[in-house]
Design a protein around this ligand. Sequence first.
Ligand code: ATP
Ligand code: MG
Length: 570
Amino acid sequence: MTTTEETGSLPARRETDGPWSEGAAALRGPGDGLNIAWVALDRHVADGHGEDIAIRWRAKDAPGRDLSYADLAGMAGRFADVLTQAGIGRGDSVFSLLGRVPELYAVALGTLKAGMVYTPLFAAFGPDPIRTRMEIAGARVLVTTGAIYRRKIAPWRRDLASLEHVFVTGEDVPDGCIALGPALAAADPGFRAVPCTADDPALIHFTSGTTGRPKGAVHVHGAVAYHAYSGRVALGLAPGAVYWCTADPGWVTGTSYGIIAPLVHRVTMIVDEAEFDLDRWYGMIGRERVAIWYSAPTAIRMMMRAGDAAAEPYDFSSLRFLASVGEPLNPEAVTWSARVFGRPFHDNWWQTETGGIMIANLPGDEVRPGSMGKPLPGITAAILDTTGPAVAELGAGEVGELALRPGWPSLMRAYLDEPARYAKCFRDGWYLSGDLARRDTEGFYWFIGRADDLIKTSGHLVGPFEVESALVAHPAVAEAAVIGLPDPTAGEIVRGYVTLNPGFQVSDDLERDIRGHARRLLGPAVAPREIVFRKTLPRTRSGKIMRRLLRARELGLPEGDISTLETDET
Ligand code: ATP
Ligand code: MG
């Protein structure tokens, strides 16, 4: 990866002061340096809060255990010591391939503490996506389980010369691996966090691969100021709050708001090892008295699909704030959640590249169902026409590319090994998101779709989200994905793919009924010409519908990079 020679840090993008700079002095250390792990853990221990509970870990099949801030600081210190003793150096790459287990947090924060660069991957990835990403980053260390190692790493390990150490959790320790538990037990919990600079690389997160080959976005230690700021302003994180982030550890949300922001704010995090299970989730909220809940549209749609009655036996009285990210949140889901939980989900928008929440329905503000909300104070957003030689700002109501003015500290500093792709994200002083949106006269932003997903039909520009929301509003429809297919007269025609709620059967009548419903809501020009029933829709492991794959399959085109594909049943 490209680094400046003397410091090992990335060339700085110019940062500007903003509301994230207020109180940033408290978020420095150790000493005059900066280290995310110190800010998230050691600082609290030094301030006398070591006994506060950082994590209530709920194991898949057992009660689990609680970890205090002091426990976690010690575990992270031990892992930092293990890495350093193993000869791993500052700026070196450490990967994790783990579920939501206590070791994950020790590895993430221990790597940061040692001044090394942390990358989490989805534990469910197959061997190829793991290998490609570790090759790109020149991984020196991997932490995983014995079972994952045997199936997914061992077959190619010898080919990745950079990979020196593989640590495994648990009792099953394959040949060539080191048992993590005993290594931690023998290490020094008091390892001092390495003082880094704000521009030192800390994290590499791979994008979800929804639109193409995933990119490795590089983030720096200075990003912590924005994690802290956005966690407070957009999620309402505060000391002692019980907070549950359901994101997978392999996705950027799992680190920015599943580790860093909550710990910096000294909250108590609920960490559930298990995957989504309706009764388990509903029960968790009441049992753990969850106050702040950060989840994603896929999960919300699964809950909706189960119906209101499934939620009735549960106690949601502890909930104070609900937020959602990752995909457009259909207005239907907002009103449903307000009815069932007594509070609406607040949509917010950001990307792997932005490192933190950019646009949000903030706590305390009116929620506009279907809108992503407004830019956080200090963030300058715009809707741009990026089709001409120079970018031009568009006015209220116009659809264009959503862009942000660089200057906040968690903006990526590079795409690993892809300087040209990185350079293309910046034009005329703007960071271009690749998403299309519009802003209304009151400043709310509305998501239209990925620039690549926009449909041009009979002279109209159609954003898939608007059509999908209309389809989901039909009682039979659980999920919808909308694409454009080439058509000699219309340019493109709109086709909708839907999955059905329980109790509904595929039939021609139902197809006609859904089409009629969409036509009534959207008008004939925009409504889908055809509805196709599917058992599932192709989605990434972070839960995003892969429209490009539906389109490629329909047209018999190459499928492109499908390394992050999760569901694949037709
Ligand atoms: P890739 O860049 O590899 O195609 P990706 O963009 O899906 O993958 P992420 O960085 O995980 O990878 O996701 C960011 C994208 O997710 C945004 O650009 C946007 O398209 C979508 N997204 C995130 N939050 C929202 C939201 N609240 N509403 C609509 N879309 C959202
Ligand atoms: Mg993207």
